[in-house]
Design a protein around this ligand. Structure first.
Ligand code: UDP
Length: 463
């Protein structure tokens, strides 16, 4: 009998994309997949689903109605990348459990063998539990982060003392193989208010009710952390990544690409191997006009050819010299896997990190919020494939810069200079990145750790 998985992604690009990847890898391996999301998000992914079903994959989308006007959000605000303020974010998170009755109807009629829910959808875990259906939580982040954050919560590190201690350094607790020093401000996932604490408590309940955990990571990337996290949660853990490598979605990831991909590839072809810097900051970060100016000058002053993705609306950016600016959405995975790309300036969203690792590209790390500061430590201190941009700070309003800039042009130029340098240090980084990329490819091939993990996962839930 075909095993039936029902997937409930969190509505944000950085969560939808890896869940769509999971849908594809499961369907490629013969499973039946039901993908549950809201109308607006379903419309965005329609071309991808269409292509999947045309090629014989069993992926069906079930659409839920997200009650925007009921909760006070503008109509169609169904994805986190449309939100600007922490108030809107709070409203969004609080509205999510309103989807539970619709999901329960869907579970009743579909009767899947297993629900894979984004860890932020505790209500989906509870719905599955109500129907006695097995459920796995999906974390679009590293075991490294999950283990560290678990230790931090256990020790009460984030329970605020006073504001002045927000920027004091502390060492992440737990017997880690190496010290990790961060500040509370750079560790917080959400604002420290009773409302957000309540949301976090619900999320923990959902995670506790899960029968296992799925990760977009792979055994060879962070073996020590994967094992320790498995022990800590005492549940089966399936690191089945890098998802981008075996989902086969190519440039059909996220939104519609904002330029002609053939032209872009021709531009990349015209550059030397490993010479181009690719700068992209994910789907949520929004830079202030002054920060954009500094990034632009920094890239130009680096003297390297570059591709810079700018999604901030209305900014007039003039680039001289050897730069290419993409306004809107770029085919990130296709760019990273082009041989001309030699370095990636990123905000360290976990998907971006894994995609760079999969492509064997070294990273200049510029974290902004959430798990990104922790991801930076993994990349720079443990994997040793990154150079940290100096002076990075948490933006004042979630992921939106205020009117000032955090990192000046010299900071951008310096990090790129170190990353793209020809010296021994940069060569070592390049070599390690290449080796990790090879390990990543082997992980998803037949007989590789992620491939076998996926086989085991499907078998576990087949009737
Ligand atoms: N992405 C893309 N093109 C863009 C911007 C982002 O394809 O122009 C993809 C990127 O490849 C990744 C995801 O969007 O898969 C962003 O996820 P990440 O975790 O890196 O950051 P977030 O957007 O969640 O901050």
């Amino acid at each position: 009998m075909t095993t039936h998985f029902l997937l409930v992604p969190f509505m944000a690009q950085g969560h939808m994309i890896p869940m769509l990847d999971i849908a594809h890898v499961l369907a490629h391996r013969g499973a039946k997949v039901t993908f549950v999301t809201t109308h607006m998000n379903a419309a965005t992914i329609r071309p991808i689903i269409h292509r999947a079903t045309n090629s014989g994959l069993s992926i069906v989308v079930v659409e839920l109605n997200f009650p925007c006007s009921e909760v006070g959000l503008p109509d169609g605000f169904e994805s986190a990348d449309q939100l600007y303020t922490s108030d809107q974010f709070l409203t969004f998170f609080r509205a999510l459990p309103l989807l539970q009755p619709q999901l329960e109807l869907c579970l009743q009629s579909n009767k899947p063998d297993c629900v894979i829910f984004d860890f932020q959808h505790a209500w989906a875990a509870l719905a599955a539990r109500n129907f006695g259906i097995s459920r796995l939580s999906f974390h679009g982040t590293a075991a490294f982060f999950l283990l560290c954050y678990r230790n931090i919560e256990k020790e009460g590190i984030l329970l605020s003392k006073d504001d002045t201690s927000e920027n004091d350094p502390y060492a992440v607790p737990g017997n880690l193989p190496q010290d990790i020093v961060l500040t509370r401000a750079k560790t917080r996932l959400w604002p420290d208010t009773p409302e957000w604490r309540e949301i976090r408590e619900e999320i923990i309940l959902g995670e506790e009710s899960a029968d296992g955990v799925v990760l977009n990571s792979f055994a060879e990337l962070e073996p020590w952390f994967i094992e320790r996290y498995r022990e800590a949660v005492d549940k089966p853990l399936w690191p089945i990544g890098p998802l981008s490598l075996h989902a086969g979605l190519g440039e059909m990831r996220g939104k519609v690409v904002s330029l002609d991909t053939d032209q872009l590839m021709a531009w990349l072809d015209s550059n030397e191997q490993r010479s181009v810097v690719f700068a992209n900051f994910g789907s949520l970060v929004r830079h202030s006009p002054s920060q954009l100016v500094e990034i632009g000058y920094g890239l130009e002053k680096s003297g390297r050819p570059f591709i810079w993705v700018v999604k901030e609306a209305g900014e007039k950016i003039e680039v001289r010299g050897r730069g290419l600016v993409i306004r809107g959405w770029a085919p990130q995975v296709s760019i990273l896997s082009h041989g001309a790309v030699g370095g990636f300036l990123t905000h360290c969203g976990w998907n971006s990190v894994v995609e760079a690792v999969a492509a064997g590209v070294p990273i200049a790390t510029w974290p902004h919020f959430s798990d990104q500061f922790m991801n930076e430590r993994l990349v720079v201190d443990f994997l040793r494939v990154g150079v940290a941009v100096e002076g990075t700070e948490v933006p004042p309003e979630f992921f939106v810069d205020g009117d000032r800039y955090q990192v000046g042009r010299e900071g951008v130029e310096k990090a790129i200079g170190r990353l793209m340098d020809e010296g021994e240090e940069a060569e070592g980084r390049r070599q390690r990145a290449k080796e990790l990329g090879e390990k990543a490819r082997r992980a998803v091939e037949k007989g590789g750790s992620s491939f076998d993990g996926l086989t085991e996962l499907i078998r576990r839930f087949s009737k």
